[in-house]
Structures are given as structure tokens and as C-alpha cells.
Ligand binder design. Sequence first.
Ligand code: ARG
Ligand code: ZN
Length: 844
Amino acid sequence: QTIYLSDYTPPAYLVEDVHLTFRLAPTATRVIARINFRPNPEAKSRAFFLHGEGLKLIWATVDGQIVQPGIDEDGLTAEVPDAPFTWEAEVEIDPAGNTRLEGLYLSNGMYCTQCEAEGFRRITYYPDRPDVMAPFTVRIEGEEPVLLSNGNPTDHGPGWAEWTDPWPKPSYLFALVAGDLVAREDSFTTRNEREVALKLWVRPGDEHKTEWAMESLKASMKWDEEVYGREYDLDIFQIVAVSDFNMGAMENKGLNIFNTSAVLASPDTSTDANFARIEGIVAHEYFHNWTGNRITCRDWFQLSLKEGLTVFRDQSFSADLRSAAVQRIEDVMALRGRQFREDNGPLAHQVQPDSFVEINNFYTATIYEKGAEVIRMLHTLVGPDDYRKALDLYFDRHDGEAATIDDWLNVFEDATGRDLGQFKRWYKQAGTPRLSVEEQWEDGTYTLTFTQDTPPTPGQDEKAPLVIPIVTGLLGPNGDEVVPSQVLEMTEKTQSFTFAGLGAKPVPSILRGFSAPVILTREASPEERAFLLANDTDPFNRWEAGRMLAKEVLTAMVTGKEPPLDAYLGALATMLRDDSLEPAFRALALHLPGEDDMAQTLHDAGITPDPARIHDARETLLQEVAEHLQDSLPRLSAEMVIEAPFAPDAEQAGKRALALALLRLTTRLDGGKAAAKVYAEADNMTLSLGALGCLLDAEAGEAALADFEARWAGDALVMDKWFMMQVSHAAPEKAADVAARLAEHPAFNMKNPNRFRSVFGALAMHPAGFHHASGAGYALMADWIIRLDPLNPQIAARMSGAFETIGRYDADRQGMMREALERIAASEGLSRDTGEMVGRILRA
Ligand code: ARG
Ligand code: ZN
């Protein structure tokens, strides 16, 4: 059954306060709720309905009188007064049997919760919708040494603890944790001199992996004060690491719960990419305290209100702490890899959808990453000062409320005087706009004429023009900047911008910093791209020029044309030897476009992609690059050696990234000799894993794999890498077999989302393997989605996104993908989650 934005109605009853008592027991936990309700003056109806799923009701009362509610699979209804009243109920739930990892469940012997979006209804009967906000008091009774919930600790005794959260919150922010845990403790003094206790809870033995997240947390708290003027608002802030978790992390008020993979780090066990991701996620969840918790969402159609904004905030934080240029390139790579792929396939949807079946299917790259891009564009259009003014007004006006995306845009209109009527289309129109550009040069005047066009998406055939901020600068023939960056504000379908008084025809640098989430197409010679790669003052566009050139080379190779190889290799070599460029940037510029990116690029150009040919072309080009750079590799590699002790900072990470990019090239020339040495001598996971990948590529990884397994068998997060590497570095024809074999490994556990993803997520992200002409990848994926769905529908649904690129491929592949999808669709008792995803892919 479909839920529509247009059907929104205010809740019939509001909640004054909530008291919960938990009597913990693995298979029979009792939850006793006392909830004070009052009629909502804004509501038309007085129908009393409480959500509840999978609950065993023991008893219920209204104002102390036993009642017999009408119960179905979604919840209950009861006769209640048209006046304030007290609801009390006791239910029984089974945390040990909860494999969905929604609501209250046991992970590794420890109780924990995940309530967003609609998990609280699996804990007790409640109006489980974000526009019902209330203060919570929680009493936990259990024999576990540590008993935690949201807010401040207000009382405890032997075998029980009480927590009080004074800030009204929606139920999706509720959290409870109980187990044998140890804390890293620290504290933070806010700008108003309030002491906040910080505790990061982990299982005994993981203490040494907590320092990085704690440092990241303190940096986040400081940054939010300095950049957004936001201060923390409780006496304590806690994070708990949990090994079975569907997503990355969750911003529960005062008690964030994290997937171990998103919080635990040590040099031995974590890569530089892990450290950076942890820093970003810790910040993201912390930032939610204001953008998400203090101001929450009226309903789930407003999800991007908190997620898009909070992603924009965490990206800005990382850009401030690290290299802004590198951060932007990485964010855009992720956007293109996941969001553009989604936006150009059957699962395309609006940043603010009009309808959904299962909300968990909408925690997507579009809601998160495109949502962040939309806010970045607002920031670009109004400028930093007005942006801050608008945000101040937003916090002022909506603190304590459940707000909407319209409220957000109204704030910007009121603070800046700008009409955002057309801008709102970014929220309501799905699909990636194509932006093409033509140039004209006459009598010292240079004209750029842009045309925008958004292709149809499922259910949305007609697209109107969007407001597109196109940050543009012009370079003179010597590479000097003759017109500095400015924002060209495009509002029409076709629109020209002129630059007068120029001495010579300039080279344009368009869409600097990737100022809008569009696909820019512009004819340019390889020489011009090489010129930009050498001279552009905008680091993003500098990288982009190399990227475009690489894509042109690969496209030519795949389609049997003459590739502009000399221009590319020459430009690459020059760039690589340029010491003024930070190593991290050079590493990114050396990284060839991925196979999935190439498949989409070819599809966009009207060519049916053949994953095998793309794979081969990429291999061939890597070999060419290696041979061309052969003489520079030893010297450059030597320059990237780090003498100082390991630090996970951006500078060292950049050097290691370049060192490994060079090692991948060297491996093509020496068959893995250098990589074996790096593997043997590595004193950190970044180099170990990078070298292992090289050895696997060279088909010389057996010994290292065995060594790695023996060394890390006791560390689940490292073993996830061991599983993943074998799939992602498998030869295309072997990838499905490798995945199938790994799924039989004694350490494989389908109930653990990280482990499942490390095998099947890796297969989905190995295009030549997953799309192998045998169809083995499709069949295996379908088998495992069908097996996982009854246990964990959320992860099964997510995994079915592997098939979202069906529309790109040839008839044979489409036929086999369809067959796999139909097999999933026909499996008995299929969840709403997976049913919706598979249905959307099949129907498009
Ligand atoms: N709000 C969380 C975050 O952005 C994501 C939780 C989503 N969980 C889910 N099961 N849908 O960090
Ligand atoms: Zn979030």
C-alpha cells in the first residue's frame, strides 16, 4: 500500500510525555509504557490509533481502566476521551529473534535499538511518526553492567538505571543499549563553559580503537559552534559501537549508535579511507543534533530536510579539516557513482518524493547526496553571509518543531528576499539535468550559450527548466586567468552569457567546483583538455579535465576508434611530476574512471556497454599508463615513502594514496614483486590492503591472503576486508564463483550486514564480474537476496539495487536480469521492502 505526501494529516493526539520501563530478557523482554496524551487542536479527526508491529499485548489501560483495543498487523485502535488522558500498556517482544535489526535486538549478546524510520512501533504501541514529539523518561531493568538510553542519567540502583531526555523528540530518535561495555571517556567544554561528558562505548578489547572517533567528535562539536553557532544541549553525549547494524550510524538524541565499521579505528586495522569515513560519519551524526533532532521532519517526505542538510554540513566539515579540493573531488565521485546511477535508472526519484511504499527504501543517494548538492547550490546562489543569516533564522524559527522542506525554503526567501519558486524544482523533479554549451568568439566578445535538458524519469515525463548556478572562469592562452570565477545563474532552457573586452579567445573553465549536479557535455579537443589539466586554477576542473580525457580514451578503445592516447599520457605525466600539486590530488588524477562510470557514459552516448570490453579497455589503458610512466615510477614512489610514525591525517593519507596508485602501475610491470615487499613491510592497514590488492590483480596473492586471514581471523572488521578484496579483485569470469565459495566459508554470516555486504555488495560493485555474460552473477545475487529477505528485508531490498542498471545493457543481459528479478518477485512471503524495489525496477 502506497503512502502519499498529499495525504498528510496532523496527528489526532499529541504526547505530553512518555515513561517507559524495560524488563530485559533475550526472548521475552517486557516493555511497560505510560504515555500522557492530549487532543491535538490542529487535527480534524479524533480517531485514536497507535502503531505497533510484532508486539504481544499483555494489557492496556486508559486512565487506569482496562481496555480491549482492536488490533491488526499495523497497530491498534481504542476508545479514548476527547480530553487529556493516560495510556498504559505492557507488551512482550523478542530481541533475540529479531534478525531485521529494527526495533530492539541483540547483537553479539548486547541489546541495542534502531528506530529510524519506523522501528519504534516494534518496541511498544505508539504514534510512531516524527511530528509527534515528547520528552522521554526510561527505566531499564536488566543484569547487564551497562544500561543506557537517551538524555541525562537521572537515577540508578542495582540492576536498573533511569534516563531522562528533556528535549521533546520523535520516537525514531529513541535508543536503548544494554550490555557488557567499556567506555573511553572524555569531555568537551562548550563555548558557554558548560561541561559535557563524552563516552564512547565498545566491547571489551576494542578500547584501542576509540581514540580517532573521540577526536573526531570533539572537532565536530567545536566546528558546529564556530561555523553554525550551534552548541550541544545535554550533560552527556554517548556513542555506542554495534557490530550488527543495517546502516552506518544513527543520531539518537544523546546516544548515537554506530556500526562498528563507522566508528572503530586503529592504524593496524583501518585504512586511511576508513579514518576519513569515520571522521565524516561521527560529524554527520553529531550535526544531526541540530539538523534532525532539535528541528526534525514533519513526515518522511521531508527526509532530505535533515539528511541533505546534514550531509552538506559533514562535507563542509571534512573540507575544512582536510583538503577542500580533494574532499570535493571525492564527494563528486561518490555522487556520480551512486546518485547519477540511481537518477538515470528505474529507481530515479525526487529529492522530495510524492509517494513511497516502504520508507527504508528512500534512504538513498538522491535524498542524501543530491539533497546536499541542492543545499550547496543554495549556498552558492545566496553566498556565505546570506546562507548563515538564513540558517540562523531557520534555527530561530523552527527549533523544537517538526518542519518541512517548504519551511526551509521560506526561511531562505525571508532571510534573503530571493524568490525560490523555481529553485524548488530541484526537490520535485527527478533525473540528472544535461547541460550542453556552445561558444562564440567575435570582436573581443566571448559568448557561452547553455542549454539544459532533463530526461524523463519513471512517472515524470515532462521536465521544466531548473535554476543552475554555473560557476565559470576564463583562462587566457598562456594559462593565466583572464576572467575570475563568477556564478552564471541559468534559469531558462537556453541562455547566453557574454564576456566582453578580451584580447584573445579564452579557454573556458565551466562548472567549477562542480557547482551543480548536472552532466555537462562540451565538445573540446584533447589538447584543450590537456591545457586545462595543466593550467586550470580551479582544482576540481583541473581534475575533471583529466577525467574527461581518460573517458574519451576509454570510449575510443571500446568502440574501436583511435584513442587520443598521446595527449592523455603526456598530460598525465606532466601532472604527476608537478610537485606543487598535493599527492592526494595526483593520486585522484591517476585513478582511471571506473567500469560502472564508463558503462553509464557509453549508455549516455547511445552505445550499449559491454562490461567485458570496458574491463579489457581499462586493463589495456592501465598497462599503457604504466609503461609510459615507467621511468618516473621509482623516483616518485621513493618520494612518497613516509619516515614519520603513522598518522591518519590528510597529508600522510595523500602520500599513501599516491604511493599505492604508483604501486598498482608498478605491479603491471613487475608482476607483483614490489607489492610483495610493500605487503611484507607494511606497518599499517592502508599499505597492507593496497599491496594485497595489487598482488591479487597480479594473480600472485595466495600467500598474502592466507597470511592475512591467519593474522586477522579474530577481527571482524578486518575480515570483512579479506572477504571483500577477494571478490572485488577476482577476474571477471571468476567473480561469481569466488563470491559463492566465500559464502560457504565458516566465517561468513548472512545475518551480519557488514559481512553480507563484503561479499555481495562487492560482487554488485564489480561490473565485469556481476554482468558476466554467463549470467552467473545475476543468478547468485538473486539466490542470496531470496535467502536474506525473510531475515533482513532492509538489506535484501538494498542489495536488489544491484539490478538498477538493467536498462543500459544488451538484450541477453536484460533477459537474464529480468529473469533473476522475476524469481525474486515470485519468492514466497517476499517483504514489502524488497517487493517495492524489485517491482520498481521491473515496471520501469
Ligand atoms: N539517520 C541515519 C543517518 O543519516 C540513517 C538511519 C537510517 N536507517 C534506516 N534503517 N533507514 O545517519
Ligand atoms: Zn543522517
